[in-house]
Design a protein around this ligand. Structure first.
Ligand code: GTP
Length: 468
């Protein structure tokens, strides 16, 4: 059985993305906005889906998301609750009593996390108690504001410390380069350090790429967050398709992410999606009918990526595709062969393209239910463009010592700005690791390093963990 997954939504962005995610999931599993199933009994079910990975189910066939909602001010969570009255468990909602927000400062969000950690862990433990075979967390947030970044960072540290054998994935939204708030680069670097050190896999989005994509998909120059979040929710729905509509392959988070993450440090994943059919975006008509062959090749196109690329040719360490709609195996095989000729893999990689043929929901019948669409997660060196932009924006501010006073009250900064310097170094070493991964000897070097660590007197316990 696939284990249950708990979703943590943090801050404005995290909760607004979560709203679109749950909106998509209830459509796909025949659940009304208040959580009541369209089926009055199990025997009415029209398909073999398994919503219980993401929802608790009670005796009267009502579903409640396995989700915890956190924010420092009430408006985003209130909007989620008003949109789905009665869907969420009230006890899983936490809004700070002073309702002031984090004022965009990572240190404020982080300190709220420290002060309330016991309460948060209790809430999470209660949610885990309601699972049979808990598998892991997915955390939705922005890296740039104060709450999703700061409180999110603190929660990430707490999760990896307390539940270190469970898989922790993040869906992390980066600010567009013309960021609205001047201290966003500081928040981004401090959060990136936690993503590098405490998450097992981070799927990254950048708002500039999302806005470009939304303008095209919605044919609307005045794109809204609601629209960008629908794009993100399409990715989340596709990644989890093989868990919610169980198949023989890719039916657990580790089975998906272990194909994508070659070493613990290289765990940033860039999503692409095409075309956005009305299965995902109601009313959208802006696409041509494509075969699985076209879709798989189109997914490599820069314009379908949710992270902006520079002009360097990306090197793909690993690729996972989820294809939905009528496909035939010959089409997929042809597309895989063609892609392998076209794209660049590092010499040490197997050059494999992992493709899951997902299932469309029988509850979500749309004019495009007979059309093919696809999602790609790529572990690629092109993510360095995002990481480097974050570093350059940080360097401009930090060299001038600009706005550092906004952090000085934070507990992490009582003794100075060392945390900024260390976080910047951690991000740089991740960038360097991605460059190193392009080299032929990369895997040999990694294996040699691991051997040295184990050979240095390290002993392993029954789970393969180092005994200290
Ligand atoms: P505070 O407002 O400081 O309490 O923190 P917060 O984490 O609630 O802030 P927020 O989530 O608004 O983070 C700010 C960053 O997230 C900016 O870069 C925004 O552009 C981006 N952002 C905010 N809401 C959304 C959203 O719904 N979708 C997307 N894609 N980006 C968002």
């Amino acid at each position: 059985m696939t284990g249950e997954i708990i979703t943590l939504q943090i801050g404005q962005c995290g909760n607004q993305v979560g709203k679109q995610f749950w909106s998509q999931l209830i459509k796909e599993h025949g659940i009304c906005k208040d959580g009541q199933s369209l089926n009055t009994s199990e025997t009415d079910k029209v398909e073999e889906d398994d919503p219980t990975i993401f929802f608790k189910q009670n005796d009267s066939n009502r579903y409640t998301p396995r989700a915890l909602l956190f924010d420092l001010e009430p408006s985003a969570i209130a909007d989620v609750q008003n949109s789905f009255p009665g869907l969420f468990n009230e006890r899983n909602v936490w809004v700070s009593k002073d309702e002031l927000g984090a004022g965009n400062a990572w240190s404020k969000g982080y300190d709220y996390g420290l002060e309330n950690q016991e309460e948060f862990i209790n809430m999470i433990d209660k949610e885990i108690d309601a699972t049979e075979s808990f598998e892991g967390f997915q955390l939705l947030h922005s890296v740039a504001g104060g709450t999703g970044s700061g409180l999110g960072s603190n929660l990430l540290e707490a999760l990896s410390d307390r539940y270190h054998k469970k898989i922790i994935t993040t869906y992390s939204v980066f600010p567009s380069s013309e960021s609205e708030v001047v201290i966003q680069p500081y928040n981004t670097i401090l959060t990136l350090r936690r993503l590098i050190e405490h998450s097992d896999a981070s799927v990254v989005f950048d708002n500039k790429a999302l806005l470009n994509l939304a303008t095209r998909v919605f044919r609307d120059r005045n794109t809204s967050y609601e629209q960008t979040n629908q794009l993100i929710a399409s990715v989340l729905s596709s990644i989890t398709n093989s868990l919610r509509f169980p198949s023989y392959m890719y039916n657990s988070l580790p089975s998906i992410f272990s194909t994508l993450v070659p070493t613990a440090d290289l765990h940033f994943l860039v999503p692409s999606f095409t075309p956005f059919t009305s299965d995902f975006i109601p009313g959208v008509r802006d696409f041509k009918k494509s075969s699985a062959y076209d879709v798989i090749l189109d997914l490599f196109d820069k314009s379908n990526s949710m992270v902006l690329r520079n002009n360097d040719t990306p090197v793909y360490l690993s690729v996972y595709n989820s294809i939905l709609g009528p496909t035939d195996q010959a089409d997929i095989t042809r597309a895989i062969l063609k892609s392998q000729q076209r794209i660049k893999f590092p010499p040490w990689s197997s050059s494999a393209l992992h493709v899951n043929i997902g299932k469309k929901s029988a509850y979500n019948i749309t004019p495009d239910s007979d059309k093919v669409s696809g999602m790609m997660l790529a572990n690629t060196t092109s993510v360095n463009a995002l990481l480097q932009t974050a570093c350059s924006s940080f360097d401009v501010l930090f060299k001038r010592g600009a706005f550092l006073h906004m952090y000085q009250d934070g507990k992490m900064f009582q003794n100075g700005v060392e945390e900024f310097i260390e976080s910047r170094e951690v991000v740089q070493s991740c960038i360097n690791e991605y460059y190193a991964a392009e080299q032929e000897t990369f895997m040999d070097d990694v294996l040699m390093e691991e051997e040295n660590i184990v050979g240095n007197g390290g002993m392993l316990d029954a789970d393969g963990d180092n005994i200290i």
